[in-house]
Design a protein around this ligand. Structure first.
Ligand code: ADP
Length: 265
């Protein structure tokens, strides 16, 4: 009951790029902690939603950031009319009742927050709740999944080796052009031929990665452009609004991207 709101009622649409579904299922069978590696907006979150639905498990998602404390994950005592009441944090909820806990952008969390997952990700499968004086053994269905974008990696902001080595990893990239066009057409509700053109813009933008652009256009951006086109916005204007302007403030790069758009439509 506690996790009812975290259940996924309808199948989330997910188009596989390879054998990631079977690999995840194998990892899940042993409750191995899994790390999803890949650039932003390439389908990691959608994949974990799809897998939770497939496995019939609730999904508890936490977007990590540098202000996230261990208590935010574990829980805290709250002062209520009838006294202090313990409230489980999202990680504790998943561990206690058996859910997939998905920590998005795990590198954003501080090291002292990240270490709370250590005892959960080895043979102990337990979560110490020091404030409650409780050692919570994980529910048999509990599984930990984290997402990690290697592109933003810097020495100051990387996972500790002792954390990394607890996970099996799946690598995500942008799907092959035909697959990505299918995803854009489905999610934005536009014609496949139009989706292919939007994907062609993305491919050109991805070639500019490392040459001024930190990242090329993500699948998410293409879907935004597709939705604008679906609303009747001209493709060039849609790509400018959904892709070029959010990606860069550099006028030369904007010109290069605009030329790429011009070549695709
Ligand atoms: P990430 O978690 O990697 O930042 P998301 O999972 O949020 O990215 O993906 C962004 C959007 O792109 C999703 O909402 C979905 O519409 C779409 N998407 C990306 N890859 C796929 C895929 N393989 N199958 C279906 N949809 C996808």
């Amino acid at each position: 009951m506690a996790l009812q709101t975290y259940r996924i009622a309808r199948e989330p649409y997910y188009c596989p790029a390879g054998d990631e579904v079977a690999l995840f299922e194998a990892a899940h069978a042993d409750r191995l902690p899994v790390m999803l590696k890949g650039p932003t907006g390439c389908g990691k979150t959608r994949f974990v939603e799809h897998m939770a639905w497939r496995l019939g498990l609730p999904l508890v998602t936490v977007a990590c950031n540098e202000d996230l404390t261990a208590s935010d994950l574990l829980g805290r005592y709250l002062l209520e009319a009838e006294g202090t009441v313990w409230q489980d944090g999202p990680l504790t909820l998943a561990v206690r009742h058996g859910a997939i806990c998905y920590l998005d952008e795990i590198v954003e969390a501080r090291a002292d927050t990240t270490v709370v997952i250590h005892p959960l990700t080895d043979d102990r499968r337990a979560l110490p709740l020091d404030k409650r004086n409780e050692l919570l053994t994980a529910h048999p269905d509990f599984q930990l999944v984290v997402a990690y974008n290697p592109g933003y990696q810097s020495v100051a902001k990387d996972l500790k080796e002792s954390t990394k080595q607890r996970f099996a990893a799946l690598e995500f990239g942008y799907p092959a052009a035909a697959v990505e066009a299918g995803i854009v057409a489905h999610e934005a509700g536009i014609e496949p031929a139009m989706a292919r053109r939007v994907v062609a813009v993305a491919e050109r933008s991805r070639n500019l990665r490392g040459r001024g652009l930190e990242e090329g256009a993500s699948t998410r951006m293409l879907i935004h452009a597709g939705r604008l086109i679906g609303r009747g916005v001209a493709p060039e204007a849609a790509c400018r609004m959904a892709i070029i302007l959010p990606l860069t403030d550099d006028s030369d790069l904007r010109d290069a991207l605009a030329a790429a758009v011009g070549a695709c439509f």
